[in-house]
Write a new protein. Structure first.
Length: 237
């Protein structure tokens, strides 16, 4: 099996899989473009990732949702889209290739490779490509996942909080007041925002702190004014 990628300077590389263990794939360029054309069923675009403070391309709304989930994960420190091609020959001698959708580099240096595909759309040919990708990732010591649809309630909460992911939503003075309000016990979301000051000023900061996971709530339930919120364990004031 071989691996191909485009480095940060735009140079193309192809090498044996075993030689790629030390390549910083979180810094590479996408190995293929995301075309747009009339009548297409998928919706490509760009997602601004707070993790990388830059835009990352996606080629479907499902992939965008997965990007958002990786961006929300505090263990993820870098993300790349379409990071590499894998090339291999089947047992019948046929040449195959596959470019996984996403790669995330964690704080401990480990990597997670993700393919975004709804379960009902995985065909036998796709399954064989995914299995080859799983084997390749295993050889490199990476984790590999095929992600389908995300729980709709959790995803609705993600999309809301992601609207406040940018640093412009942060205010240090307001953030300190919010941490004080929510430190000792769970407080309903809107009540805590009111205790910290004028809600029009405190709510954006509150949601930003929730995005950063300094303030936490049960995101398996739809966020609302009565949602119990508290300071995350181990969070510093």
């Amino acid at each position: 099996m071989e691996i191909g990628f485009v480095d940060a300077d735009g140079r193309e590389h192809r090498m044996p899989l075993a030689a790629a263990a030390d390549v910083p794939f979180e810094q590479v360029r996408p190995v293929r473009a995301f075309p747009t054309f009339k009548g297409q069923r998928n919706f490509p675009g760009w997602y601004y990732a707070a993790t990388t403070q830059g835009h990352i391309a996606f080629e479907s709304w499902l992939e965008r949702d997965h990007l958002m989930c990786l961006d929300f994960d505090p263990d993820v420190h870098a993300i790349a889209a379409q990071p590499f091609w894998l090339f291999w020959a089947t047992e019948h001698g046929l040449r195959r290739s596959h470019a996984p959708d996403l790669l995330a580099r964690r704080a401990d240096g480990s990597a997670l490779v993700v393919d975004s595909r709804p379960a009902e759309r995985i065909r036998p040919r796709d399954q064989r490509a995914f299995e080859a990708t799983r084997q390749a990732c295993s050889e490199l010591g990476w984790d590999y996942r095929v992600w389908g649809q995300v729980d709709p309630v959790f995803m609705a909460n993600m999309r809301w909080l992601a609207g406040y992911r940018h640093e412009r939503c942060y205010n240090a003075t307001v953030a300190d007041r919010l941490r004080s309000v929510f430190t000792d016990q769970e407080v309903p979301l809107t009540q805590g925002a009111v205790q910290a000051g004028e809600p029009l000023r405190t709510l954006p900061v509150l949601f930003h702190l929730m995005w950063r996971r300094e303030l936490v709530a049960d995101l398996s339930l739809l966020l609302g004014e009565h949602t119990p919120v508290s300071v995350a364990r181990g969070a510093t004031r």
